[in-house]
Design a protein around this ligand. Structure first.
Ligand code: PLP
Length: 360
């Protein structure tokens, strides 16, 4: 099948999955304590290292990204956390932290804009508080804004060297450059239904030595998401409990494609081209809802002249699925997911149909 004909799904996660990758998930079962699984696990964690640009530990958990948001906080934050917010998903950090009984401070930035490193510097200088961690959201999927994680992490290191940097890379990893070691991050994770282009169900993550040292001293970490258990099992047989083995097959195949067939550099370039194409082809009938200086390479939120829900339902009649507006922006915007394996030609074709619909 021609990929450009097949891909009509432009939701910002879950995203379109290539049929051959879906087929990987139908392979025969193996035991998760078997030698075959150990081999599969070893290949995956090795291939995750270049994806995160790290030489430190990488892991896979059977859960969606929200599981790792909770896990990061439960393992690394005994008491106080600063949450930086600029949209619905960065907000989620605060509600999870509150649900765990943590002391939560917030640095809020208006929806559609990025968290400014200067604002973070000012906040950290004006508080006497020593935070256990600061949460960052690399790509805010609700607004289509990419935060400058490198600069924000640098601020945290300079102002508060002991504070851990927890990064949600759910809609950036494998679509937008991210350098775990160079940016000196501590926890970073992504569920696989976005830039990695797999069906939802597992989450990949990287942990720094600093994060593991902090985890070791944190009491009451729970069981399912205990980072120390992940570390222990990674050194012996793989994962702490029964994983979604079909996802592991598909992840191994997809990492091979990303790293060795397309290459990461080409993948990042394709995502940048998809951003540029989307903004250019929608400019006559929709406003970019967010700050163009931080426009995401994986998702674009648009405020059209016409009712966004009418546009989406007209597109649906033509076989195309687009993302709706999110949270506070629900009625005003719609979103185009251009992430993962989406071929540029498919996006281009869809944008032509969208132009007819949105201008009619
Ligand atoms: N963080 C971001 C930036 C997201 O876009 C999402 C989901 O869309 C999440 C977290 C939650 O991830 P999941 O739906 O995999 O739990």
């Amino acid at each position: 099948m021609n990929a450009a004909d097949d891909c009509k799904f432009f939701v910002p996660g879950p995203t379109w999955v290539r049929p051959e990758i879906l087929r990987e998930m139908t392979r025969a079962m193996i035991g998760h304590r078997s030698a075959e699984f150990k081999e599969l696990f070893k290949t995956i964690v090795a291939d995750l290292k270049p994806l995160f640009a790290t030489t430190q530990d990488t892991f896979v958990a059977t859960c969606s990204g929200t599981g790792l948001m909770q896990a990061s906080l439960a393992n690394c934050v005994p008491r106080r956390v600063l949450v930086t917010t600029c949209g619905a998903f960065s907000e989620r950090w605060a509600s999870i932290a509150e649900s765990l009984g943590l002391e939560v401070d917030r640095l809020d930035t208006a929806w559609g804009t990025a968290t400014e490193p200067e604002a973070l510097t000012d906040h950290l200088r004006s508080r006497r508080t020593q935070y256990d961690a600061v949460t960052l959201t690399h790509n805010e999927t609700s607004t289509g804004v990419t935060n400058d994680v490198a600069a924000l992490a640098r601020v945290i290191r300079e102002e508060s060297p002991e504070t851990l940097v927890l990064v949600d890379a759910v809609s950036s990893l494998a679509g937008i450059p991210l350098r775990f070691d160079e940016w000196d991050l501590d926890v970073c994770f992504a569920s696989v239904q976005k830039g990695i282009a797999l069906p939802p169900g597992i989450t990949v993550f990287a942990l720094s030595k600093r994060a593991l040292a902090k985890t070791e001293k944190t009491p009451y970490r729970g069981t399912y998401f205990d980072f120390m258990q992940y570390k222990k099992h990674a050194g012996t047989d793989g994962v702490p409990s029964t994983p979604s083995i079909p996802h592991f097959y598909a992840l191994a195949a997809q990492l091979h494609n990303i790293l060795r067939k397309e290459t990461l550099e080409a993948r990042f370039r394709r995502h940048e081209e998809m951003r540029a194409l989307t903004i250019r082809k929608t400019a006559t009938y929709a406003k970019l809802a967010s700050d163009p200086a931080h426009a995401s390479a994986t998702v674009t939120a648009l405020a059209p002249v016409k009712d966004p829900e009418v546009i989406r339902s007209e597109m649906k009649k033509r076989g195309y699925t687009l993302g709706g507006g999110y949270g506070d922006w629900k009625t005003m915007t719609f979103r185009i997911g251009h992430m993962g394996d989406i071929p540029i030609e498919s996006l281009d074709k869809m944008l032509d149909v969208l132009t007819e619909v949105a201008r009619a």
